[in-house]
Design a protein around this ligand. Structure first.
Ligand code: IMP
Ligand code: MG
Length: 344
């Protein structure tokens, strides 16, 4: 019998409350490593990925970053799909010069966000959702009353069976085999189980969520944890402490949601949230984005065991963080501090 190589996957996962810059890292990894697929594994069009490609800014909600490089891009069964938004995004990408033909796929068993889901979600007040129908769509999925992508005739040309895609002989047997970049949406603090319930989203935002898309655990190779050098959150709970510095951080960081345009609340990075997220996701590489923002603000601090710990310089803060990461098994060579919108 011929040897069939097993699929292999790198995962990009957000360690805070979303908006940490996963899109940028996905873009970087697609450019530097060879993947056969990019997989969006959770969430719906509540997500907003801002991607700078060939000097142009794109915001995608559904479609994974692979499409910018001609890598087949899949919306997995862990996601919920709004067909209207899906087709709008395809039109926008094409208009921006990105070829999408035969590059974008939807798992046939992914669930659908209907107009009724959106109408219901727009009235939601308690959690402060994005109003994109995410929660109601997942509720109907688990209530076993939902519609799946395979039930929508207009989506038929895009549908795939993920089991077949990951295991189908020609690709699986080819040299290198199936190599997936899995792109998470939202973040650890918004995870349905591990986030700050009920101020959470309705999907699995952790590395484990990627596996739910038809992949065995042995598939996982690298886990890229993405954080910001400070935290932001958007939603109904009070998150930002008193103090002018937080408004300044949000102003300098241009902290407005890519999906709803809402102002994000800001706080210092919480070391215990970070540590939990690193352990639970099995992070092997970590990127801290937006270091330029604190530099412009001229203050550096973290929350550690409930109290604020201030540093005199960027260097001092980074040394502190690097030391903590070392204790968690992440060496300096796998830690990136990024100050650029386009590079890590
Ligand atoms: P939902 O996912 O629209 O149900 O919203 C639930 C919570 O998650 C709200 O606080 C949203 O603001 C937040 N949220 C959902 N998606 C994102 C995202 O992509 N980035 C940041 N926050 C998000
Ligand atoms: Mg976002």
């Amino acid at each position: 019998m011929r040897h069939v190589s097993k699929p292999l996957m790198d995962v990009i996962v957000d360690l805070q409350y979303g908006d940490c810059g996963k899109g940028k890292v996905a873009h970087f990894l697609c450019k530097t490593k060879k993947y056969t697929h990019v997989l969006r594994y959770n969430g719906g069009c509540n997500a907003g990925h801002t991607i700078f490609h060939n000097g142009k800014k794109f915001i995608t909600h559904h479609i994974p970053a692979g499409v910018f490089f001609g890598v087949p891009s899949i919306i997995g069964n862990g996601c919920v799909v709004d067909p209207q938004q899906f087709f709008r995004e395809i039109r926008e990408l094409e208009a921006g010069g990105v070829r999408t033909k035969a590059k974008i796929f939807i798992a046939r068993n992914a669930h659908i966000i209907t107009p009724a889901h959106k109408a219901e979600d727009k009235k939601e007040k308690k959690v402060g959702t994005t109003g994109r129908g995410n929660g109601p769509a997942y509720r109907d999925k688990y209530g076993r009353t939902g519609l799946r992508a395979q039930d929508i005739p207009a989506l038929r040309p895009y549908l795939i069976n993920l089991y077949e895609e990951w295991n189908r002989p020609p690709r699986a047997r080819a040299k290198g085999g199936v190599r997936i970049l899995a792109e998470g949406a939202q973040g650890f603090g918004l995870d349905i189980d591990w986030g700050d319930y009920p101020y959470v989203t309705s999907s699995h935002c952790t590395t484990a969520g990627a596996l739910l898309n038809g992949l065995p655990p042995q598939t996982v190779r690298d886990v890229w944890g993405i954080a910001k050098i400070y935290e932001t959150y958007v939603g109904a709970k009070k998150f930002q402490p008193n103090g002018k510095v937080f408004d300044k951080i949000a102003d300098v960081g241009e902290e407005y949601g890519a999906t709803t345009g809402r102002r994000r609340q800001a706080n210092w990075m919480n070391m215990q949230t970070l540590e939990r997220a690193i352990r639970l996701n099995g992070v092997t590489h970590i990127v801290f984005n937006k270091t330029d923002v604190l530099k412009k603000v001229g203050r550096w601090a973290v929350i550690d065991r409930g109290s604020q710990r201030e540093f005199k310089s960027e260097r001092a803060m980074q040394d502190f963080v690097v030391k903590r990461l070392k204790m968690l098994g992440i060496p300096r060579s796998r830690v990136y501090f990024s100050s650029s919108k386009e590079r890590i």
